[in-house]
Ligand binder design. Structure first.
Ligand code: SAH
Length: 224
């Protein structure tokens, strides 16, 4: 395990049935997720805390769910896949996340890497996510209310960047904030999107297209 990593403390948090959670883990295994650390962290993270009460009963289904403001909490499979891809490039110390949303992906990352820098353009979503980080005692998360399409210049460069919203083309600023040896995992496209993995080598950038995905679009500007 990586040092300095915080783990979610489940004591005192309303536990949903262990069997429901195990079913989700089995589903992720069936779909080809094989990073044991990622699976363990997903198993231990209470996804129902990232949803409004009306949606919480569906928290351990492998589906994306609405979180308001026309945004969604990502599907567990895609969270697992993107996290696994990010870590496969070597466990990053400093990670930039674009699109905090509910904070679920943020919480998963925070238990696996050194520091997470997460940018969200919709203020009320960020505020809720911040509360959840506090509730789960994840202290290595830093949040910024801004347009993440430009990254987070003051805090870069990053060993890893993960985007939860899709641009039509990868913003140049994100590539620039990737440290040499770093890896960017990002959905790219419009009506059809594909998950891209971009590695920054000393010679330049190497891109691999992984699979078709469906994300909300990366939008410019911020919402108060
Ligand atoms: N991983 C999150 C996904 C949320 S959906 C979760 O599981 O909850 C994607 C998020 O990206 C939304 O909250 C949306 O507001 C945000 N987003 C879209 N464009 C953005 C931008 N330019 N900068 C920062 N956040 C952005």
């Amino acid at each position: 395990m990586v040092t300095g990593v915080s783990r979610v403390d489940l004591n005192g948090i309303g536990m949903t049935s262990q069997r429901t959670r195990e079913r989700l883990i089995q589903r992720l295994l069936d779909r080809g997720i094989d990073n044991q650390e990622v699976l363990d962290v997903i198993r231990m993270t209470p996804r129902h805390l990232f949803l409004d009460e009306a949606m919480a009963h569906r928290a351990y289904e492998d589906v994306a769910l609405p979180i308001g403001f026309q945004q969604t909490l990502s599907q567990p499979y895609i969270v697992a896949r993107m996290t696994e891809l990010l870590l496969a490039g070597g466990t990053p110390e400093r990670v930039l996340e674009i699109g905090t949303g509910s904070g679920y992906q943020t919480a998963i990352l925070a238990q696996l890497v050194g520091e997470v820098y997460s940018v969200e353009r919709i203020k009320p979503l960020q505020q809720k996510a911040r509360q959840r980080m506090r509730q789960l005692k994840l202290r290595n998360v830093h949040m910024n209310h801004a347009d993440g399409g430009m990254g987070w210049v003051e805090r870069g460069p990053f060993d890893g960047i993960l985007a939860a919203a899709a641009p039509e083309r990868i913003p140049q600023g994100l590539l620039e904030q990737l440290a040499p040896g770093g890896r960017l995992v990002i959905p790219v496209g419009g009506d059809t999107q594909h998950l891209h993995v971009v590695d920054r080598t000393h010679e330049g950038f190497e891109t691999t297209v992984v699979e078709a995905v469906h994300f909300v679009p990366l939008r410019p500007g911020t919402v108060r």
